[in-house]
Design a protein around this ligand. Structure first.
Ligand code: HEM
Length: 436
């Protein structure tokens, strides 16, 4: 493992956004505002990642890095230098390259934040596997996440989202959109899909957040151990009596010898982590982008731009995971005059790949009518998001219902009071108090 040099824990500071509409403070033309006016022009491998100050735009330093070219070097929190890819074509080419490994059990795999050095975070199944094991697990799961399966869940998701808006109306105004909308949507959906009792949502939400947003490796390890114990009991119960759920169906593969009991536990844990934190983090960022652009909010509300179109731009602009992939290189790769050496670490920045001006005109402008799926917010290649059909459906229903049922939606606190959280893995705000 690379030597740890002291932890840079992304302190919470005030949000600062620009935007043509100036709902959020800050502001200058060009739609983004610099974080602490950092300049990288003279730094060879600038620090990375840098916490966003605008919830839906990258810090200026990212822009400066990408203006140097699509392939650069950056320095991680532990002092290690890795390649940062900011070009669309280069990012996709590399994500499809078999010389890249996702296997986190090797020291060469870059640790993006201190807590992700925890052993549990370094042995995640599926997302942390290479072929042939990855193919095996993915093949068993793919049918569960088909478009047809996702579409069948539409009535359930509509009921869930409407129920949450009913609750919000009873509660306020104001209400915290993170606690009462963004977090429970994926939590309710994933618990129904996996067959996990929703009564336990406080536990599994806290456990997944504890893994992804852990303060240190020990915290992440403890949260993962608790979640494994809980899921182990759940899988054992399903082995005794099959339920009509994804876990119940996975258990059938134990009977055929295709999976072990532990693999079912680990796969369920990965699905839960991947399915909860992503969607719940993205909804508040998308809401803030819309609130900062009232004319676009109006276009979504009126149906002038259908939600199914709008969510592609929300996905592109918010790029909630920040990275379309973190990998290490198993054999030298020559690309665009650079030699990426075996053993080097590599990060593909979805935030910047999604703003490649060779692909998107005026890439920092937020325009929900763009409707382009040319983004890598769901990654690319063999690890491309397994749950993207389900995520898109939840987002479409969530945004459409929210703006229609709460037409006066607005911030209930000064924007300066919003706090961006930054974990090295997921972008979001801690709370989003709104009125309507
Ligand atoms: C806005 C929501 C979401 C975003 C932005 C997102 C993003 C991503 C990204 C970038 C990857 C690729 C990681 C890599 O290549 O290293 C990924 C993989 C994955 N996602 Fe999502 N995701 C979302 C929602 C979901 C949901 C709802 C699920 C449901 C279970 C899910 C399950 C997974 C799984 C299992 C993988 C690993 C796939 C593999 O390694 O083959 N995601 N996701």
């Amino acid at each position: 493992m690379p030597t740890r040099r002291g932890v840079a824990p992304f302190p919470a500071t005030e949000l600062a956004c620009a935007g043509d509409t100036r709902l959020l403070p800050g502001g200058h033309s060009g739609n983004i505002r610099s974080e602490a006016a950092l300049s990288v022009s003279s730094v060879e491998a600038p620090s990375f990642p840098v916490r966003r100050t605008c919830p839906y735009q990258p810090p200026d330093v990212y822009r400066e890095i990408s203006e140097r070219g699509p392939i650069n070097k950056v320095t991680l929190w532990d002092g290690r230098q890795v390649w940062l890819i900011t070009g669309y074509e280069e990012g996709r080419r590399l994500l499809a390259d078999e010389r890249l490994s996702s296997d986190r059990s090797y020291d060469e795999y870059p640790t993006m934040a201190p807590h992700l050095g925890a052993p549990a975070a370094r042995k995640l199944v599926l997302v942390g596997e290479d072929p042939p094991l990855h193919n095996h697990h993915r093949r068993l799961l793919n049918p569960e996440f088909s478009l047809k399966h996702a579409r069948a869940l539409r009535p359930d998701i509509e009921r869930i989202v409407n129920g949450l808006i009913d609750g919000i109306e009873e509660l306020g105004p104001p209400a915290d959109l993170v606690e009462h909308f963004a977090a429970p949507i994926p939590s309710l959906v994933m618990s129904a899909l996996l067959g996990i009792p929703y009564e336990d949502h406080a536990f599994f939400q806290a456990a997944t957040a504890g893994i992804m947003q852990g303060k240190d490796p020990a915290g992440t390890e403890a949260a993962a151990a608790e979640l494994v114990r809980y899921l182990d009991r759940l899988v054992t119960a399903q082995e005794a009596e099959r339920g009509e759920s994804l876990v119940g169906r996975l258990v059938e593969h134990v009977d055929t010898g295709e999976l072990s009991h532990d693999e079912v536990v680990q796969l369920t844990m990965v699905l839960l982590i991947a399915g909860l934190e992503t969607t719940s983090s993205m909804i508040p960022l998308g809401v803030l982008a819309l609130l900062d652009h009232p004319e676009q909010l109006a276009a979504l509300r009126s149906g002038e731009v259908p939600a199914v179109t709008a969510i592609e731009e929300l996905l592109r602009i918010t790029a909630v995971t920040d990275f379309a992939g973190v990998r290490w290189i198993t054999a030298d790769i020559e690309i665009d005059g650079h030699v990426l050496k075996a053993g080097d670490g590599l990060v593909i920045s979805s935030t910047m790949v999604n703003r490649d001006e060779r692909v998107h005109e005026d890439p920092y402008a937020f325009d929900i009518s763009r409707g382009s799926r040319q983004h890598v917010t769901f990654g690319y290649g063999i690890h491309q998001c397994l749950g993207q059909n389900l995520a898109r459906l939840q987002l479409e229903i969530a945004f459409e219902t929210l703006v229609r049922r709460l037409p006066g939606l607005r911030l209930a606190v000064p924007a300066e009071e919003l706090r961006m959280r930054r974990t090295g893995t997921m972008q979001s705000v801690e709370r989003l108090p709104v009125a309507w």
